[in-house]
Design a protein around this ligand. Structure first.
Ligand SMILES: C[S@@+](CC[C@H](N)C(=O)[O-])C[C@H]1O[C@@H](n2cnc3c(N)ncnc32)[C@H](O)[C@@H]1O
Length: 256
């Protein structure tokens, strides 16, 4: 299991923030009228459920994840929704339990950034998609985090920690295009969508801002004094309505 820094509650919170982005990513698969769609790294299963609701019974939706605890929540929600053309499978993205050329669409959100072997997983995506099948990958641009205050060095160290230490493949959002190209995917497109968060409590909820600072300090990317100083500054700005941070999500679309 990866050294994960997300849990079911975090995934539910971010779901609300990312609603519009998620809907656009489902749209890309909307030309499909039959076959199978895989939601890879499905977590608590909410995107798999949305896809199953959106596509109707002609499409079989499969949610796959390596975390059995998250899959329990997905299976419970699927049972409540009564959807028959939806199933959840425990498995590894590095070794997909599907034959070659068997899937019509694959969607993965905030998965590739956590992988130890991203190229291997994208090879599996290519192997299992049918010719003409579509892939949608949504990733966080960790290295593009901006926190709007004057402490640039602390910000740089924090971003460095996020991109190169905390997240296994923190530059995924910037590298996936060429990886897809190298594997022979066609019609590669990408969309960069920035988000701005204006309150410290929202930053703590959606990007775990306070936890990020603490762990960057524990890992030696910031000193205890820098961490305290930075939190104090952010709180002061927040009290005056002057706190903001921004970050982009990047969606890649491609065909086999
Ligand atoms: C940040 S969560 C995102 C979950 C979901 N896609 C969403 O957007 O809410 C990353 C998910 O990928 C899964 N995951 C990470 N590495 C995996 C692997 N090698 N094989 C299968 N699932 C994996 C995790 O268990 C987790 O559910």
């Amino acid at each position: 299991m990866d050294n994960k820094h997300y849990n079911a509650a975090y995934l539910e919170d971010t779901e609300k923030l990312l609603l519009g982005l998620k809907k656009s990513s489902y749209e890309y698969l909307s030309g499909l009228s039959a076959g199978k769609i895989l939601e890879l790294g499905c977590g608590t299963g909410s995107d798999a459920i949305q896809l199953a609701q959106q596509f109707g019974e002609a499409i079989q939706v499969i949610g796959l994840d390596h975390d059995p605890e998250l899959l329990v929540l997905g299976r419970e929600a699927a049972k409540k929704s009564g959807l028959k053309h939806l199933e959840f499978v425990e498995g590894l993205a590095e070794d997909l339990p599907f034959p070659a050329n068997s899937l019509d669409g694959i969607r993965a959100e905030r998965l590739v950034q956590h992988l130890q072997q991203p190229k291997k997983v994208l090879e599996e995506v290519h192997r299992t998609l049918k010719p003409g099948g579509k892939v949608v990958l949504v990733e966080t641009d960790w290295s593009g985090l901006n926190i709007y205050n004057s402490e640039l060095e602390i910000e740089r160290n924090l971003v460095d920690y996020l991109t190169h230490k905390r997240v296994n493949f923190g530059t995924a959002s910037r590298e996936i295009g060429l990886l897809l190209d190298g594997l022979g995917f066609r019609n590669i497109q990408w969309v960069v969508k920035p988000f701005v968060i204006h309150r410290l409590d929202a930053a703590n909820k959606y990007i775990m801002f306070d936890k990020m600072l603490m762990s960057a300090t524990d890992e030696g990317f910031l000193s205890q004094e820098e961490c305290t100083k930075y939190l104090t500054l952010c709180k002061r700005l927040d009290e005056k309505g002057l706190f903001a941070c921004s970050m982009s999500m990047v969606t890649y679309l491609a065909e086999k």
